[in-house]
Write a protein that binds this ligand. Structure first.
Ligand SMILES: Nc1nc2c(ncn2[C@@H]2O[C@H](COP(=O)(O)OP(=O)(O)O)[C@@H](O)[C@H]2O)c(=O)[nH]1
Ligand SMILES: [Mg+2]
Length: 218
């Protein structure tokens, strides 16, 4: 069996309400986003094997901020970025409206973004917001890794079919990754995928920095 991948030395660095407050470092970053209640805090807790990674994000007033953590994923020093959860009700036309300007800036400016982990509840098909987000990241040439949460709630016999259906709806490549914070299923696969994405980003960062022009969406 292969050696388990682990996360160590996780520390909260800061919450940013605007892009000028993003940390000034060149660590590769993995961002986590999804609709409120999708299971983001639970996933982060399971991946890191600790509560430390999520405690801060629950502090009132911090919920609309982009929260930066620093940690070691296997042997690579990197940032984990907890994006605010977006709401249920609105069908967004623009990321700015969906998630606010600070998140729009994050995607546009952060050259070191290794991937957005887009969490989607495995029990439902991706919504328009998620389809738009996936397409938006693709346009920006940013890797986006869908992770389908709460798979323990699906009957085992239906999991594959449902996950593939959602994956195809997004137009995503590779095998769909299911995850359960309850059973820990999927943890190793998600960590292995993240390690790969972080390594790719480290290689890209060896080249001149990627500059994404500011995008005015309206
Ligand atoms: N059955 C099950 N419930 C989950 C799972 N992940 C999260 N939940 C539940 O879903 C709710 C929202 O989870 P949370 O992690 O706070 O979601 P967040 O708003 O995206 O951070 C909580 O009641 C969790 O206990 C999972 O993998 N399986
Ligand atoms: Mg949460």
């Amino acid at each position: 069996m292969s050696r388990p991948i682990n996360i160590s030395n996780a520390t909260f660095v800061k919450g940013a309400a605007k892009s000028t407050q993003f940390p000034d470092w060149d660590l590769p970053e993995v961002a986590f986003g999804g609709r409120s209640n999708v299971g983001k805090s639970s996933l982060l807790r399971v991946l890191a094997g600790s509560r430390r990674l999520v405690r801060v994000s629950r502090t009132p007033g911090r919920t609309q901020e982009v929260n930066f953590f620093r940690l070691r994923l296997d042997s690579v020093e990197c940032g984990f970025v907890d994006l605010p959860g977006y709401g249920y009700a609105k069908v967004p036309k623009q990321i700015k409206r969906l998630w606010g300007r600070v998140v729009e800036r994050y995607f546009a400016e952060r050259a070191q973004l290794a991937a957005l982990v887009l969490l989607i509840d495995s029990r439902r098909e991706p919504e328009r917001a998620e389809l738009e987000l996936y397409a938006y990241l693709k346009d920006l040439d940013r890797p986006c890794l869908p992770v389908y949460t709460k798979i323990d709630k699906l009957p085992k016999t239906k999991r594959d079919t449902l996950l593939w259906r959602s994956h195809k709806a997004l137009g995503a490549g590779g095998k769909p990754l299911g995850f359960s914070a309850l059973t820990g299923e999927g943890k190793e696969s998600v960590l292995a995928k993240l390690r790969g994405l972080v390594h790719q980003q480290v290689e890209r960062m060896g080249e001149p920095p990627l500059i994404v022009p500011p995008q005015e969406l309206d």
